[in-house]
Design a protein. Structure first.
Length: 270
């Protein structure tokens, strides 16, 4: 009772009081803020398991990270930096490139004005060792084709379904139609791997998740990873917080808190 903890839950966390099984709680390390704790688990567990459990990331390899300025993207960049001489390609809008370079992305690519696959090939004609794919649709095919022999594609989302503030049936149909498909026999000839990851379906794997969190807490305590907070919003501004993400303005994590931070509320009173 009274311990500061981080929690994992599939849904239901946009409220002041929540009830979760003890097995889904993890003690916060010394010096960590509540905002950092909120930003850590989902993004860093996802990035860690994709890069190391599926991706088998090793020194001197190359990685393509889509949505590199988002929550999982920033986590993946920091985790790549814990391995020697990893070359990071990251897609993001041009306004975020300076921030990405500072964080360790060797080659930021503006996906809005360039064909990222062509840009990667210009720098690395053979492609890359690992692609993190949160996009789905035709981008998964592009990712597969960008892999070097023995490369790994890990798909963990279908962001291409989300086109603006409302469900776009055309975007959904297009993404579904262009969805990547491959047979075991085709894989055999390609010498490549395709993996799928969804943390929400790992409920039964509490020991595995706990071991990953222990590694992440250790990396945090060593100063090797630190959640990047883009902005903090009170519950009554949830629409603005969502817009910040939908318009792809955020660099790092968008956090919700029940009430406005104290400094802000003082300013409002003045």
């Amino acid at each position: 009772v009274g311990d500061k903890v981080m929690v994992l839950a599939r849904s239901g966390l946009w409220q002041e009081v929540v009830n979760v099984p003890a097995s889904q709680t993890f003690p916060m390390p010394e010096g960590m803020s509540f905002e950092e704790a909120a930003a850590l688990l989902v993004n860093y567990i996802t990035a860690y398991m994709i890069l190391f459990d599926f991706g088998n990331l090793r020194p001197n390899q190359s990685v393509l990270i889509h949505m590199a300025a988002g929550g999982v993207g920033t986590a993946a960049i920091q985790l790549c930096k814990t391995v020697e001489n990893v070359t990071i390609f990251g897609t993001a809008s041009a306004s975020k490139h300076d921030s990405l370079k500072e964080s360790g992305v060797a080659h930021p690519i503006d996906y809005r004005t360039m064909d990222y696959a062509e840009e990667v090939r210009k720098i690395s004609p053979k492609g890359v060792d690992i692609v993190l794919d949160p996009l789905g649709g035709s981008d998964t095919s592009k990712a597969f084709n960008l892999l070097k022999p023995m490369g790994k594609l890990i798909t963990y989302g279908v962001a291409n379904l989300l086109a603006g503030q409302k469900k776009n049936l055309m975007a959904i149909a297009k993404t579904w139609w262009n969805q990547f498909s491959i047979t075991a026999l085709q894989l055999l000839h390609q010498n490549k791997a395709v993996c799928g990851y969804h943390l929400g379906y790992m409920d039964e794997e509490s020991e595995l998740i706990r071991s990953v969190v222990a590694k992440l807490v250790n990396l945090y305590s060593q100063g090797k990873i630190k959640p990047k907070i883009d902005s903090v919003w009170p519950f009554d501004q949830v629409a603005e917080a969502m817009r910040q993400m939908q318009e792809k303005k955020n660099v790092g994590k968008v956090i919700l808190v029940p009430e406005a931070p104290k400094e802000e509320s003082k300013k409002a009173e003045n």
